[in-house]
Design a protein around this ligand. Structure first.
Ligand code: AGP
Length: 573
């Protein structure tokens, strides 16, 4: 969570920092702040969004600055708790991304040393420690401070009277870019590419110091030779609703994904899949739903499989060197997923990441990586990245068969997605009804994803139910104020789903169906175009549910791109 940025260079730091924060705002948006270094360090903070910060930040001229957009962990979202935090003597300003797990004990020892805290955050500790431990050499000072901190402690700092920017990575991403007379560091390369595409990614435990012309990297006090490479990550155009744009992009994203995934399935990746005796798919939220899809289609090609919510890894006993563990994460930064990855490696499993972000942490940690090439996804709700994850899993499962998806087949799928992306199940007359998302087998995965999307961006309760399971309890919830969205794409299950539709209607529910069959007897049916392999229907059937959630959110006057209490990249546990 949280987006952090630092700049040193010939431009006005105010512009670069504030523009960068707008790009990073998807990572957290409950408060924001910035600090600039000229002779003094000047700090501006708001309990609002980056647009509010822009209003209160005067047109100062400074060539070094740092900024933060927050997702609160310690202390309410407010100007007082917004970063940057100043050290007690005003010598250092710090922006932090992460959670300091030993903050209580550190805070107590600092209070005993006479430090007065002005915020409720854990992050303020870092600023005070930098000043207390400063020994004239920032590399050794940062090493000392970071050795005292536990948890996720990535930070960027400014020092009074100094136009250099200092940074340390531990547990949350940091990418640094080197341009012509300027250097910029940020949580995501998206904030860097307006200025330069030459980037280097910091790894855990590394410190860097940058000025306008150079960046020096260190680990354990020793200078590192870190190469810069080109990033292809580019920020999308400004638009009023990123989620709308991202759903509309699904057809083209699928075509890009096909090319990127094909490139990513190297002989090493293919061998991993072919040799796996068992696969386990890990992910959180939407990525976990992609894992459920992976489990089903891998079992269909004969590989015993499981899907596990990454934060529930402790209950997954059967992980060993015969397992291929697959980590699905759009951002590549999700803490729960990275912790599960480390655990699987420790137990000897082979690890494969599926991600959308080439510079992300998961790519450094997993044995191999498949990139989904969906393009930057800014809206908190995952849409195009989810369907591209499904495509990656489908193409990986084909490594166990003689079949390969061809260019004409992906083109046909993209064309079908274009047709479906115009479909929307939203009907104003049912806006106050209680929503139920229903499916069986592979369609239950889509129902789960539909319910999650609906909850996430409408802030209304919704849940998914198995078509056959509903009558074993949850049907008690159904009445004439219920609306059911039934997904059915599998001929084998059609009869049972038809029976469920009747059971729902008999109790007064209005039933929408998303299906490839016109025999379900729903009140309203959205027919999916025919495609060549029914395993791919989940790529299509989820799109009308994404549109439903989006329209419901907009009709409620909410901002679907920035739902309540959430952030795009969940880097805390
Ligand atoms: C999806 O709409 C959600 N925002 C959320 O469930 C997300 O998929 C989850 O936090 C995992 O994120 P990741 O793919 O970046 O790991």
């Amino acid at each position: 969570m949280c987006g952090i940025i630092g700049y040193s260079g010939s431009r006005n730091a105010r512009t670069v920092v504030l523009d960068g924060l707008k790009t990073l705002e998807y990572r957290g948006y409950d408060s924001a702040g910035a600090a600039f270094s000229a002779e003094d360090i000047t700090v501006f903070k708001t309990g609002g969004r980056v647009s509010d910060l822009e209003k209160i930040t005067p047109n100062i001229v400074a060539h070094a600055g740092i900024g933060h957009t927050r997702w609160a962990t310690h202390g309410a979202p407010s100007a007082k708790n917004a970063h940057p935090h100043l050290s007690f003597d005003g010598r250092f300003a710090v922006v932090h991304n992460g959670v300091i797990t030993n903050c209580d004990e550190l805070k107590l020892s600092l209070i005993r040393r006479g430090i007065r805290f002005v915020s409720d955050t854990d992050s303020e500790i870092i600023a005070h420690l930098l000043s207390l431990e400063y020994d004239g050499d920032m590399v050794s000072t940062i090493d000392k401070v970071s050795s005292l901190l536990r948890g996720a402690t990535t930070f960027i700092a400014l020092k009074k009277g100094d136009e250099r920017v200092y940074m340390h990575r531990n547990g949350a991403s940091l990418v640094v870019g080197k341009g012509d007379g300027e250097c910029i560091v940020a949580s995501d390369a998206l904030a860097i590419t307006p200025y330069t595409s030459d980037v280097a990614v910091l790894c855990d435990g590394e410190t860097a110091i940058m000025n306008a012309t150079d960046v020096k990297f260190f680990k354990n006090g020793k200078q590192l030779d870190k190469p810069f490479g080109k990033t292809d990550r580019t920020a999308p155009k400004d638009c009023s609703c990123h989620m709308r744009a991202e759903i509309d992009e699904i057809p083209s994203a699928l075509l890009n994904a096909y090319a990127e995934i094909s490139r990513s399935i190297t002989p090493a990746v293919s061998d991993m899949v072919r040799n796996a005796k068992r696969t386990i798919f890990f992910g959180c939220g939407t990525a976990y739903h992609a894992g459920l899809y992976g489990k089903i289609i891998f079992e269909r090609v004969g590989v015993p499989s499981n899907a596990v919510i990454a934060s529930e890894i402790d209950d997954e006993r059967f992980i060993d060197e015969n397992c291929l563990c697959v980590f699905i994460t759009q951002s590549g930064e999700t803490a729960d997923t990275l912790i599960a990855l480390a655990e699987c490696k420790a137990r000897g499993a082979r690890t494969l990441a599926i991600t959308n972000v080439k510079e992300s942490t998961v790519t450094f940690e997993a044995d191999e990586t498949v990139f989904i090439g969906a393009g930057a996804e800014i809206a908190v709700a995952a849409t195009k990245s989810y369907v591209c994850q499904l495509l990656a899993l489908y193409m990986l499962s084909q490594e166990r068969t003689e079949k390969r998806m061809g260019k004409s087949e992906i083109q046909a799928l993209a064309n079908a997605a274009k047709v479906v992306s115009k479909e929307n199940l939203y009907a104003p007359e049912y806006k106050d009804f209680n929503p139920f998302f229903i499916g069986k087998g592979i369609d239950n995965v889509t129902a789960k994803e539909g319910a999650l999307k609906f909850k996430e961006i409408t802030c209304k309760f919704a849940d998914a139910y198995g078509a056959g399971e509903l009558k074993h309890g949850s049907i008690a919830l159904i009445d004439e104020k219920s609306v059911a969205y039934v997904v059915s794409t599998n001929e084998h299950d059609e009869e049972r789903v038809r029976a469920t539709v009747r059971e729902l209607q008999s109790r007064g529910a209005y039933v929408f169906a998303v299906t490839n069959s016109n025999r379900l007897g729903a009140n309203k049916t959205l027919m999916l175009p025919k495609i060549y392999d029914e395993n791919l229907y989940p790529v299509l059937s989820v799109i009308p549910l994404q549109n439903l959630a989006l329209t419901a959110s907009l009709c409620l006057g909410l901002d679907p791109d920035k739902p309540r209490n959430l952030a795009k990249s969940v880097t805390v546990i």
